[in-house]
Design a protein around this ligand. Structure first.
Ligand SMILES: Cc1cc2nc3c(=O)[nH]c(=O)nc-3n(C[C@H](O)[C@H](O)[C@H](O)COP(=O)(O)OP(=O)(O)OC[C@H]3O[C@@H](n4cnc5c(N)ncnc54)[C@H](O)[C@@H]3O)c2cc1C
Length: 384
């Protein structure tokens, strides 16, 4: 049997869930194709504009009940390089905000997004994987791994870095794999972070503690995979490494969750929408988890697609092509800007070359000294 839907959203990560809710609430019959997935153990620092979007879209209620406010960001150059950057602290209050954003457990966000989707008009969920997609006569023809077939007018790829939708739509991708990976786990510290996210910058990548409430912290440690594997092989050695990497500033440290290691790569596309197909989240962009940009950018994709859908005329011929075109054009600047920002930051952090290190030190000195520069950097970091 072949079913028909106006919009098919492929992928059940946070961006896929948010997109399915937005498409259905914009009045389109929507099928969300999302296979069962293991629990997402990552946490996400989401900035004010992302949190505002989630509230407006009905994806979360009060951020205070789900996440922990981030009120300060401290950057410490922990390298022993000849040119070291000064320690720099950004406070949300100096920019007139109560908080830069909130730190959420992805699993809790996912539950909240699923509650928003449950029972919604226009929205059906299928726990399946997309096997193939091709377009003929202005319709996408989809085959799922549960044996079902369906047609869709607009196809949305929220299916991550290896996106099948991207391949089916023939959208070219540039990918770069890094020598680094990211280790994440939850820690109990000897003292509270009190809303402050602390980034220690080491030559192989940052070691970041993000406040998770009380004396809890979420660790994101970027380093060579062999260093990370070696460090967590034995419990006592792991604790000693964590204490040493955090410069023994937080008293006794204990690990209170399993640790996971994510390989790092960056990915960008020529265009995020064309031929009645659009890409949202990591199917369109990925980068190392520094500066908390990935999911923030993914939620901006969803907000932008939502605006395109609400401006569309689904009764008219070629409406899905028009949405894909306008979405592709609307996302171009933000995707390029954010990609450049994160790439530049990551490259300057890791660079062994003196000129890049000098540039970074001068940059951080400038950020420490000049209020306008601080304001500009804070706006950029918040995706404004
Ligand atoms: C260590 C780490 C820390 C991070 N911290 C932050 C942070 O603080 N702030 C921030 O903004 N971002 C952060 N990010 C980035 C953020 O986690 C990602 O950008 C975001 O989770 C991507 O969501 P997504 O839904 O696009 O992709 P994914 O979560 O990868 O979801 C893709 C989904 O598609 C499904 N899928 C794949 N193929 C198919 C198919 N053929 N059919 C159906 N389904 C399919 C998969 O099963 C998966 O569920 C971090 C990332 C890492 C690795």
């Amino acid at each position: 049997m072949t079913n028909h839907t106006q919009i098919a959203v492929i992928g059940g990560g946070l961006v896929g869930k948010a997109t399915a809710v937005a498409a259905a609430r914009a009045g389109f019959s929507t099928l969300h194709v999302a296979p069962e997935a293991p629990m997402d153990r990552r946490t996400s620092a989401l900035m004010g504009p992302s949190v505002d979007y989630m509230i407006e879209a009905g994806l979360i209620d009060d951020p205070e009940t789900l996440g922990v406010p981030l009120t300060r960001i401290r950057i410490i150059d922990a390298t022993d390089r000849f040119l070291r950057a000064p320690e720099t602290v950004f406070s949300a209050a100096e920019f007139g905000h109560q908080a830069f954003g909130w730190n959420f457990a992805n699993a809790r966000l996912g539950e909240s997004f699923s509650r928003a989707a449950a029972g919604g008009a226009n929205l059906a969920l299928r726990a399946a994987t997309l096997k193939s997609a091709s377009r003929a006569d202005d319709l996408w023809r989809l085959e799922l791994d549960d044996g079902s077939r369906l047609t869709a007018e607009l196809l949305v790829g929220a299916d991550g870095k290896g996106s099948s939708v991207r391949k089916a739509a023939g959208i070219a991708v540039r990918e770069r794999k890094f020598d680094q990976a990211a280790l994440v786990c939850d820690l109990e510290l000897g003292r509270e972070l009190d809303g402050e996210s602390v980034e220690f910058h080491y030559p192989n990548g940052p070691f970041t503690l993000v406040p998770a409430g009380g004396t809890r912290a979420n660790l994101v440690w970027i380093d060579k995979p062999e260093t990370l594997d070696d460090a967590r092989r034995e419990k006592e050695q792991f604790l000693a490494r964590l204490s040493e990497k955090s410069r023994h500033l937080f008293g006794a440290v204990s690990v209170v969750s399993p640790s996971f290691v994510f390989p790092l790569s960056s990915l960008s596309v020529d265009v995020a929408g064309r031929d009645a197909a659009v890409l949202v989240g990591e199917s369109a962009h990925a980068f190392p988890p520094i500066g908390a940009q990935g999911l923030n950018l993914g939620l901006r994709d969803v907000a932008s697609l939502n605006a395109c859908l609400r401006a569309a005329n689904p009764g008219s011929y070629g409406w899905a092509d028009a949405v894909a075109r306008s979405y592709g054009a609307a996302r171009r600047g933000d995707l390029a800007r954010t990609g450049m920002f994160v790439d530049g930051l990551f490259t300057s952090l890791l660079s062994p070359h003196l000129p890049a290190q000098a540039l970074r030190s001068v940059g951080l000195w400038g950020l420490k000294t000049f209020p306008l520069l601080r304001k500009h950097a804070a706006s950029l970091g918040m995706g404004q």
